[in-house]
Design a protein around this ligand. Structure first.
Ligand code: ADP
Ligand code: ZN
Ligand code: MG
Length: 487
């Protein structure tokens, strides 16, 4: 047991996603990551006196995508608020956010457990805000400030306190990342901070309906850390209660090196942000037409797509799960399937195997985007057709594939040029099989004496003699027939 079973953890997450817009939220500065420090900056995102922010329409477009994909209600009118605090990487002295009238609210996300059971997690709100800059604490104890990130558009997704275990929080984060990447609004990279999670957690005795005092854990830059930090914090809180002590409402920082959460600030020192409506920005009005346009442009939900793959292509759920983890991969698979000439369960499974196997292997090894994959979906489909129609064996296909990676030629061209057409001529194969049998007398004897496992060795020898081009099914059949004939 991970914690005392008399207690029930309650978890709510606040997730920030950095949006993939070209320019910042309220000015035309670039959002380019990794640019020279303090180069993407202007009087607006620095908050110079007298400047006026102008909202980036894509910021609204992107928050709508997420809001509508998570079944939120969209406010026809929402406003921006100033969240005031002092920090060296926030030259304006406030962040533009939304407070009282967020753009999206009352949504939900469905998570799915390993056994296929599902649970719905409520989304309290999703609002727009801008990011702050970055403080870089360097070795000689000085702090450098990079304001490039000031004004980069974010959305904050606030969940209801609906999760009951670190596992659920983990699955929820995985689902959020899958959604934002499917929607093309965020790259989902937790290590680089494009997706950040603050976890709120409390515990209560099982059966209790009131919520306990919560703490908030920050600074978790991977899904595993979210899970580990929550486990740690749940046990710490239960321990306090078991010793008759109280949980203090505070913010903690997860220290991955020591695997503990260290206090950052307590409720008494908590920020009072003095939110008030930003007088420089007009309300955002969203009409039905805009909502309808975004709704109709939403991609298929990844879980729906996965179930469709199983139903439509009859591939195992395991395959469909991997293929739909990421939209470009799912698109690649469907691109291949859509171009297959021979369309049956076998060719669909081959398309799945090649996409999950060789394609993904190369993509991961070369660290390239699937959209930059050197072999087109058309060529992969043609190669699979060559396997299903018996022109090449799966083994030769590996060789063809390697060659296509190098030369980008069509599989038919590679097969032709390298003379890789499978030998299905029974006469020729029979000659080869006979030769193999006479060259391996000892193995044949032991086969006949009942050691049937040498059959594999003989198949291997025969395939080798065909330089891998023998039709493996025919080679097997011929060998079996000849050996049985000698009994
Ligand atoms: P705060 O005002 O401290 O930011 P909010 O009410 O805005 O708190 O909630 C922030 C997050 O904390 C939400 O995701 C919410 O679901 C979660 N939360 C609120 N109360 C609790 C609680 N008692 N235990 C666990 N999570 C909670
Ligand atoms: Zn700017
Ligand atoms: Mg809050």
């Amino acid at each position: 047991m991970l914690w005392d079973p008399h207690y029930e953890p309650v978890i709510g997450l606040e997730v920030h996603a950095q949006l993939l817009t070209q320019s910042k939220a309220f000015c035309s500065c670039s959002t380019d990551f990794g640019a020279e420090p303090n180069s993407n900056v202007c009087p607006v995102c620095l908050g110079m006196p007298g400047v006026l922010p102008v909202l980036n329409k894509n910021h609204v477009e992107f928050v709508l995508r997420m809001g509508l994909a998570t079944h939120c209600s969209v406010a026809p009118r929402s406003i921006f608020a100033r969240k005031n605090y002092f920090y060296p990487d926030l030259p304006k002295g406030y962040q533009i956010s939304q407070y009282e009238e967020p753009v999206c609210s009352n949504g939900s996300i469905e998570i799915e457990f390993g056994d296929g059971s599902k649970k719905t997690i409520g989304i309290t709100r999703i609002h727009m805000e801008e990011d702050a800059g970055k403080s870089i604490h360097d070795q000689d104890a000085s702090t450098l400030v990079d304001v490039n990130r000031c004004g980069v558009p974010l959305i904050e997704i606030v969940s209801e306190p609906d999760m009951r275990s670190p596992r659920e929080a983990y699955l929820y984060m995985v689902k959020i990342r899958q959604l934002v990447t499917y929607l093309g609004i965020c790259d989902g990279n937790m290590e680089e901070g494009s997706l950040r999670c603050d976890a709120n957690v409390s515990v209560r005795k099982k059966g209790e309906t009131r919520l306990g005092t919560k703490t908030e854990v920050k600074n978790m830059n991977s899904f595993r850390f979210v899970e580990k930090a929550l486990e740690y914090e749940i046990n710490r809180q239960i321990d306090l209660l078991e010793h008759g002590e109280k949980v203090v409402q505070e913010t903690l920082l997860w220290d991955p090196d020591r695997s503990i959460a260290v206090p950052m600030r307590s409720k008494e020192e908590a920020h009072d942000y003095r939110y008030f409506p930003d007088p420089d920005l007009v309300p955002v009005f969203i009409n039905e037409e805009w909502i309808m346009n975004v709704t109709s442009s939403l991609p298929e939900d990844p879980a729906v797509r996965r179930d469709r793959f199983v139903a439509e292509y009859r591939i195992p759920k395991y395959d469909a799960e991997i293929l739909t983890e990421d939209k470009p991969l799912a698109d690649f698979f469907e691109g291949v399937v859509g171009k297959l000439k021979v369309r049956n369960e076998e060719s669909f499974k081959l398309a799945s195997n090649w996409t999950m196997g060789d394609v993904l292997r190369v993509v991961n090894a070369e660290k390239i985007a699937i959209s930059d994959f050197p072999v087109s979906t058309a060529h992969v489909a043609q190669m699979i057709d060559l396997i299903t129609d018996g022109t090449i064996s799966s083994k030769i296909a590996k060789e063809v594939f390697e060659e296509m990676l190098k030369t980008r030629e069509a599989p038919g061209v590679v097969v032709e040029r390298k003379g890789l057409v499978q030998v299905s001529d029974t006469g020729e194969l029979e000659r080869i099989v006979d030769e193999v049998l006479s060259d391996n007398g000892a193995q044949v004897e032991s086969y006949l004496a009942g050691k049937t496992q040498v059959f594999g060795f003989l198949v291997g020898a025969a395939m080798k003699a065909t330089k891998g081009k023998g039709n493996p099914k025919l080679v097997n059949e011929l060998l079996r027939k000849k050996l049985e004939g000698r009994k």
